[in-house]
Ligand binder design. Sequence first.
Ligand SMILES: Nc1ncnc2c1ncn2[C@@H]1O[C@H](COP(=O)(O)OP(=O)(O)O)[C@@H](O)[C@H]1O
Ligand SMILES: [Mg+2]
Length: 424
Amino acid sequence: MEATGMMFTELFEAIGYAPHIGQVRFHASDKRFKVLIAGARFGKSLAAAKDVLPDLIAGRSTGWLVGPTYALAQPEFLYLTTDIRDRLGVEIIEHKAGGRDGYSRVLTSWGGELLCLSATQPEGLLGQEIDWLILCEAAHIPREAFERFLRARLSTRNGRLVIATTPRGFNWVQELYLLGMGDHAEWAAFRHATWDNPMIAAGEIEAARATLPPETFDEQYGGAFTTSAGAVYREFEPALHVAPDLQAPEGAIIYRGIDPGYTNPTCCLWAAVDHDGRLMVLREHYAAELTADLHAAAIRAIDTEFTDRGHKIGPAWIDPSSRGFQSELAREGVATTKAANHVLAGIDVVRMLLRRRDDGTSGICIDAGCHNLVREFEQYRWHESARPGERVPRKQDDHALDALRYLCLELRKRVDWKEQGASW
Ligand SMILES: Nc1ncnc2c1ncn2[C@@H]1O[C@H](COP(=O)(O)OP(=O)(O)O)[C@@H](O)[C@H]1O
Ligand SMILES: [Mg+2]
């Protein structure tokens, strides 16, 4: 990561590229497979092209840009050829401009080869081994083209992959995105809204918001995975709500929310409230098919980490319908209190907390280690077959979200969010 960082900084300076914050985070990851999901004009194509530039100029190498059509891979192709030819002065010894109807190819005097291809003729994708691959507007590329014709080309040379696309429903790209948001050694993922590109005028976004159906706006500008029924937590933006290494303010009380399950996972979340009234979700325990004593042991162990750092442990709120589990936890030394369980009211409280405030922050912040909570935020959606106007969430992927709802509904009732006399 250090070495890549250095190389990028110098190279980016040389070509006059100043990535914005969202792009910097994308470039900083040295994972082999990177998924960049964002709204239109965030700067995906630009960032994807810059990210493979070091590979293209490193010497003998082959890289592919594959789009749903030839035309849709052209922006990346133009960004790259302009950089190597006009900004870095690399000699191009072969240049076949394809564009709308045919493949494009560039060969540099250093042996760097760049091909711009269409996924509509996957069989025609030559039987070559490649060093890197960008899937441009990947959400419009069929899963099969990637899995059968493209992915294997990367294996021999340990090739890199960049997926850059606006989202499109809950398809294979979302699966790879969630892999990257999880705790995976080789995959990293990023998701941004159009407004994370500071060069886009706010008026342009507001005009789109006013005219597009909400789900279309969320997808094309919010960069969100959604469906016609819509995501429940429309306001969730990982770039805004998820951060690494969150620390509870000194002296803050640690609260827990617990959603029990056996076949489904049991989830416990640990959270604190900061001086701005922001809910900080610090830890998660998330595991299925364990007995209550094992969950209790895991919960007590994490409680101890917090008490060791001087925090008091406040109440744990639990699903009110889980009497048996509640008494089993109590026997194992984890006392809990029944939470209010008004699903829609709870959802509304969470959504209010997710909103971006005037100062650019939001009322909720989640530690990046809470992988399951983040995944559920991305997958939770309204029931497709609910009657018009009726708000019914799908009963799926909601375990960490239920635990969060208990926390939010209960904490909202309280004024004593910190220990009397504690200061921060
Ligand atoms: N870091 C940046 N510096 C300058 N311009 C940028 C930057 N990032 C994006 N842009 C500009 O924003 C516009 C959209 O970029 P592009 O990569 O085509 O977006 P996307 O692929 O996300 O739709 C382009 O005009 C591009 O030059
Ligand atoms: Mg693009």
